[in-house]
Design a protein. Structure first.
Length: 109
């Protein structure tokens, strides 16, 4: 099992910093390349640039929580949640409908 992880291309876990403008303020965000790739996928799916997506996510978290103590961590978690949702949809199509319905109810509890 570990070979799946150990054989990952090192470029995926290499960090890269990007400057992002949020409401006219330029900030630098440092993420691993894989997270930048996932953000690019999300942005493309939603018809945005990565910078636009980050600004939108920033606005939404500030509206919901009032602050963003660690934007890079928030973006990593957002990427993981996106991948989990995508994986869940792929798995959903392979599971019987009755079982999927029970899991949805369990998640709401």
């Amino acid at each position: 099992m570990c070979e799946i992880y150990v054989k990952a291309d090192p470029i995926l876990y290499e960090c890269r910093s990007r400057s992002v403008r949020i409401h006219g303020v330029v900030t630098s965000i440092r993420l691993e390349n894989l997270f930048w790739d996932v953000l690019a996928d999300i942005a493309a799916r939603d018809g945005m640039t990565v910078n636009q997506l980050i600004a939108k996510l920033y606005d939404e978290i500030v509206e919901a929580r009032g602050e963003v103590p660690n934007l890079a961590s928030f973006l990593r978690v957002s990427c993981m949640r996106y991948l989990t949702l995508v994986l869940g949809k792929e798995e959903d199509s392979a599971r019987p409908a009755a079982r999927r319905g029970a899991e949805v109810v369990a998640m709401r509890i």
